[in-house]
Write a protein that binds this ligand. Structure first.
Ligand SMILES: Nc1nc2c(c(=O)[nH]1)N[C@H]1C(S)=C(S)[C@@H](COP(=O)(O)OP(=O)(O)OC[C@H]3O[C@@H](n4cnc5c(=O)[nH]c(N)nc54)[C@H](O)[C@@H]3O)O[C@H]1N2
Ligand SMILES: Nc1nc2c(c(=O)[nH]1)N[C@H]1C(S)=C(S)[C@@H](COP(=O)(O)OP(=O)(O)OC[C@H]3O[C@@H](n4cnc5c(=O)[nH]c(N)nc54)[C@H](O)[C@@H]3O)O[C@H]1N2
Ligand code: SF4
Ligand SMILES: [Mo]
Length: 731
């Protein structure tokens, strides 16, 4: 589709994290002159974080691959797109022919959801590939949110977001939005929104084993022992139920209230306090505050999903919002009504509701969700011989060696595959194992619409961004790489030639923009733009480069429920059953840390973006960030001083790192950021190599998962820490 030309000032959405900040990019010729916040973006109102400027660095990075490369005995060599795509398709075809379709696994990394072309073309590609070995960053991230949404509301994308612009009380567990800029809650300029909330008399409470930047920007911070949130949440729920549930307008829609009462029996504020460290009186007060505030929202994120009871946490959070009268209500937790609608939009583009546990993984028996298996089993599925063994991998926009538990084990597993191809702009810790790396265009060379994050935003908006630069001749967008592979596979399989050719040509002609236009046209807001009816089309978006504001969130749960599931189950059986596991863990004392062990948690920094943006001097300047935070009492007990080098050891490995002594972490807890550990042989990242750091996932354990959902249980990995100088093995 041809897009009209515009001048040297470009407006677009930053695709690097979930916040969807509007950017104003000045360009001269083929160079970026400046990247600033777009004050006219109705949603982000000029806000940006330091990573936005790094879009220029990504674009200009000499280490970013511009041409496919192939690993040979004498090193990497460039090859033509034609040859690379032919070879990749041929190898995939050979492995699948010999060992079955599912012998080729796919891993989809985080940038997939920030990429319009990938969002629209990955599902088509996966259907063609026909493998059931599908993995993604979901199972080291938001899987519990999706399981809870599917179990309660009947669709995995019906994830409610806190209405932060109107709430009076916000209870945050295991999230650090001031740094992460919000997650499963798209909230650009969160600092200003929080400030506004407090100025209108609202209150924010943060529950986190670390006194985070968000805690600093809040009214109150409470330490909690990692992995114990579900107990605290049940205690709060019990207090609310004792007082009488207030379901308000959802009364006739909700089932399961009796079972919720049963869940809460036996867990008191006192009994939870012994494990969580949050005292009973505080639990009672939190329940009162949630109930008595004119409106309130409880929100939990990575810290409450990547833990042993992640599924329970996300369910209980929704239940607490519901019984305190804050579900689907202004100032509570609400649902978006996106213009490109993955639930009620055109059928061909709709996302499945997400079935849970239809099959289990071969080796360990963990459940699938929405046709995906938990990535914690990827290494064993590749290493353990037998029928159904994984022999090859297509890694798309992912770096699982640094981002999934027991990364070293996966590192070894990838090295032993028959074939691997990475669709990735970098030769990094994961792609170094590939036989071929197929690099896509840079983010500034493609159009953008946030299919995923308009669905999770604290306000209804819609925005399309044109590419800032034309893609260089021959360069391929992600979607095009997938489409080319898919077409070649179809040819190699030799069936339905005419039909395949027609599909290929149609999709190539439409591209992501064509599909977006169809999705908008036939979506719930499709039609000519009219500010009163909020109807819009792709053309509307082309004429509104700053984005279209569709207003604050509205009470809409009844219309958002999928047609096949018109009720809300506040106490889904599978989740209720999992409470037994929680009780057993805590009554048997299985949760008590062994003497001398510390509980490891992760953290993020505003200038990091998971594992892949350490190659830019602009973001790496200043003090080293990959250090181990430790409480002064724990340091003293081990004879450690600030900046000492320590060895941190877990069941699966050890790393050496400098310690930062601070009472910002709870006693008994240590914290390392994730995404570091670039000092691996063969990685081509010149700046990141200088700031290599160590990988927290060389310590986290692939055996530690939320048994219900299969999500990696990163939080609370037991570790011992000793001075690297002493050589002593004692904790
Ligand atoms: N211990 C611990 N581990 C964690 C976490 C944690 O908090 N603690 N967080 C987890 C979370 S929330 C996530 S989302 C995962 C992330 O885990 P992953 O998604 O596996 O890793 P990323 O670091 O996002 O790596 C992205 C990869 O995509 C490439 N890339 C970037 N842009 C593009 C693009 O446009 N197209 C293509 N094809 N490739 C691109 C990059 O070069 C890089 O190789 O990590 C998880 N791991
Ligand atoms: N700057 C920056 N922004 C990012 C990213 C990034 O890497 N850098 N990554 C993006 C991605 S992929 C995601 S998913 C989001 C994540 O967004 P957030 O979830 O907001 O980010 P985190 O900083 O991981 O926050 C998790 C918090 O949980 C706490 N925690 C750990 N264990 C527990 C526990 O057991 N209980 C409780 N209550 N708290 C616990 C940690 O101390 C931490 O403060 O951020 C996104 N934004
Ligand atoms: S907060 Fe996220 S979306 Fe906004 S500028 Fe930073 S990286 Fe981009
Ligand atoms: Mo994530």
């Amino acid at each position: 589709m041809d897009l009209p030309e515009i001048g040297s000032t470009h407006f677009r959405t930053c695709p690097l994290c979930e916040a969807m900040c509007g950017l104003r990019i000045e360009v001269k010729g083929d160079r970026v002159v400046s990247i600033k916040g777009d004050r006219d973006d109705p949603f982000s109102r000029g806000h940006v974080c330091p990573k936005a400027v790094a879009l220029r660095d990504i674009h200009e990075d000499p280490d970013r691959l511009r041409q496919p490369i192939r690993r040979t005995a004498s090193g990497w060599e460039e090859l033509s797109w034609h040859a690379a795509l032919d070879e990749a398709a041929r190898k995939i075809h050979e492995v699948q022919r010999e060992h079955g379709r599912s012998s080729i696994a796919t891993y989809l990394g985080n940038p997939t959801v920030h990429n319009l072309g990938a969002m629209l073309f990955v599902p088509v590609f996966l259907r063609h590939l026909g493998s059931r070995s599908i993995f993604s960053a979901t199972s080291v991230d938001q899987l519990p949110h999706m399981v809870a949404a599917q179990q309660i509301f009947g669709h995995r994308l019906l994830v409610p977001v806190p209405d932060v612009d109107r709430t009076d009380f916000l209870l945050i567990l295991g999230a650090n939005p001031i740094v992460s800029n919000g997650s499963m809650m798209t909230v650009p300029d969160v600092r200003r929104r929080f400030r506004a909330m407090r100025e209108r008399g609202g209150k924010i409470v943060v529950i986190d084993p670390r006194r985070t930047e968000t805690a600093e920007a809040s009214d109150e911070h409470l330490f909690i022992r990692p992995g114990t949130d579900a107990l605290l949440l049940i205690a709060v729920l019990g207090e609310l139920l004792d007082d009488g549930a207030r379901l308000r307008h959802l009364e006739d829609l909700c089932d399961g209230l009796d079972r919720l009462h049963e869940v809460a029996t036996g867990v008191t504020p006192e009994s939870s306090a012994a494990h969580t460290g949050v005292d009973a009186e505080t639990v009672r007060r939190l329940a009162r505050e949630l109930r008595d505030a004119p409106s309130a929202a409880c929100y939990g994120r990575v810290g409450t999903s990547t833990q042993a009871f992640g599924g329970l946490c996300q369910w209980l959070i929704i239940a607490i919002n519901a019984v305190s009268g804050n579900l689907d209500r202004e100032g509570g937790i609400m649902f978006t009504q996106p213009a490109f609608d993955l639930i009620h939009g055109p059928k061909a583009m709709a996302v499945g509701r997400g079935r849970f546990g239809r099959r289990t993984s071969r080796v360990r028996g963990l459940p699938d969700f929405a046709s995906e298996l938990p990535v914690a089993v990827l290494a064993e599925e590749s290493r353990e011989a037998g029928e159904g063994q994984i022999r090859g991998l297509l890694s798309f926009a992912g770096n699982p060696v640094l981002s999934t538990p027991n990364g070293r084990r996966l590192d070894r597993a990838l090295a032993s595959l028959d074939f691997m191809v990475s669709i990735d702009p970098y030769l990094n810790e994961t792609s170094r194992h590939a036989r071929l790396i197929l690099p896509p265009t840079s983010p500034l060379e493609r159009g953008h619409y946030d299919v995923a994050f308009h669905t999770l935003a604290v306000r209804n908006t819609a925005k399309y961004s044109r590419p800032v630069f034309d893609a260089p001749a021959g360069a391929k967008h992600d979607w095009r790489i997938l489409l080319e592979l898919q077409n070649r596979l179809a040819v190699l399989r030799g069936r339905k030639r005419l039909k395949n050719e027609a599909i290929y040509r149609t999709l190539r002609f439409l591209g992501p923009e064509g599909l977006l236009a169809i999705g908008l046209r036939f979506g719930p807001r499709g039609g000519r733009f009219n500010p009163l009816s909020n109807r819009l089309s792709f053309k509307t978006l082309l004429h509104h480069p700053h984005g279209v504001d569709l207003g604050p969130l509205q009470s809409c749960l009844r219309e958002r429920l999928p047609a096949a599931h018109l009720r809300i189950d506040l106490a889904p059986v599978r989740l209720v059953e999992d409470v037994m596991r929680l009780r057993q863990t805590f009554t048997n004392g299985e949760s008590a840390p062994e003497d001398g062990t510390l509980s490891l948690i992760g953290r993020r920094h505003v200038r990091d973006n998971n594992s892949w943006m350490h190659n830019f001097d602009r973001l790496m300047r200043g003090k080293p960030r990959c250090t181990l935070l430790m409480h002064p009492a724990d340091a003293e007990a081990r004879g450690l001083c600030d900046q000492d080098t320590v060895t941190v050891t877990s069941r699966v490995g050890s790393v050496s790192v400098s310690v930062t002594v601070t009472d910002d972490v709870m006693q008994g807890v240590v914290s390392l950021p994730h995404g570091y550990g670039h000092a691996r042989e063969g990685v081509r990242l010149s700046v990141a190599g200088v700031h290599a750091g160590v990988s927290i996932n060389d310590l986290t354990d692939d055996r530690a998962v939320d048994a219900l959902t299969g999500t990696a249980a990163f939080s609370g990995t037991p570790v011992t820490v000793r001075s690297a100088a002493s050589g002593s093995s004692r904790a």
